[in-house]
Design a protein around this ligand. Structure first.
Ligand SMILES: CC(C)(COP(=O)(O)OP(=O)(O)OC[C@H]1O[C@@H](n2cnc3c(N)ncnc32)[C@H](O)[C@@H]1OP(=O)(O)O)[C@@H](O)C(=O)NCCC(=O)NCCS
Length: 179
């Protein structure tokens, strides 16, 4: 697997999550700041249960797909996770979510994960990504704007349109993925 070099110069490996990642996923969750936990999961709970970790790591790769970033060398700690889950009621759409460990934020890791998730989603017939995020989550909004502009997708044509619906403290965002 080719290492990916981030803006900071850090090299990471990006690969699909595996069932044996469950304990490290729980540990990575516990390492998140309360703010990052809340922004990702809309809840401040301190840890992921074994059942939750199992649900988040035992995937079919088509309707539920997740990528992890780990250091390119050394201990295989999880630095970031990106995931999409197909919407049952709209099978051409999927909800995505990304979380990057606090010490590794602002290095371009989320953009890299989202690009790869969008590529995988297209390959599985998904045409639209949706996400719900806190209205004041500037980083997540900028991430979606990048995807909508298509500026970060060297493997394809990128995505086209982002539609935002404002729901009080939350924004629901739809991004159309180009073929
Ligand atoms: C949102 C999150 C995933 C972004 O991860 P990241 O690896 O830091 O993002 P990137 O470095 O790829 O940057 C993506 C964009 O966000 C911007 N950004 C990142 N952190 C930012 C911050 N703290 N404030 C303002 N903008 C920020 C970057 O500048 C970039 O925008 P640009 O292309 O217009 O310059 C990360 O902050 C995080 O995990 N937050 C907690 C969980 C969360 O909010 N998840 C979103 C739910 S979908």
């Amino acid at each position: 697997m080719e290492p990916v070099r981030l803006r900071s110069g850090r090299e990471v490996a990006i690969r699909p999550i595996r069932p044996d990642d469950a304990p490290e996923l729980q540990a990575a969750y516990e390492r998140l700041s309360p703010e990052s936990k809340y922004r990702r999961f809309m809840s401040g709970k301190p840890r992921l249960s074994t059942a939750e970790a199992r649900y988040l790591t035992q995937l079919d790769g088509s309707d539920h797909h997740a990528l992890v970033a780990t250091p390119a060398r050394g201990p295989q700690s999880i630095l970031a996770v990106g995931r999409y889950i197909r919407l049952l009621e709209h099978p051409e759409a999927a909800e995505f979510a990304i979380v990057v460990g606090d010490p590794h934020q602002r290095e371009g890791l989320a953009a890299e994960l989202l690009e790869r998730l969008a590529q995988a989603a297209r390959e599985h017939g998904i045409k639209r990504f949706t996400a719900t995020m806190l209205a004041d989550n500037v980083a997540a909004h900028r991430l979606v704007r990048r995807l909508a502009a298509g500026g970060m997708v060297p493997h394809g044509d990128g995505a086209k349109v982002a539609v935002e619906r404002h729901l009080g403290a939350l924004d629901e965002i739809d991004v159309e993925l180009a073929a």
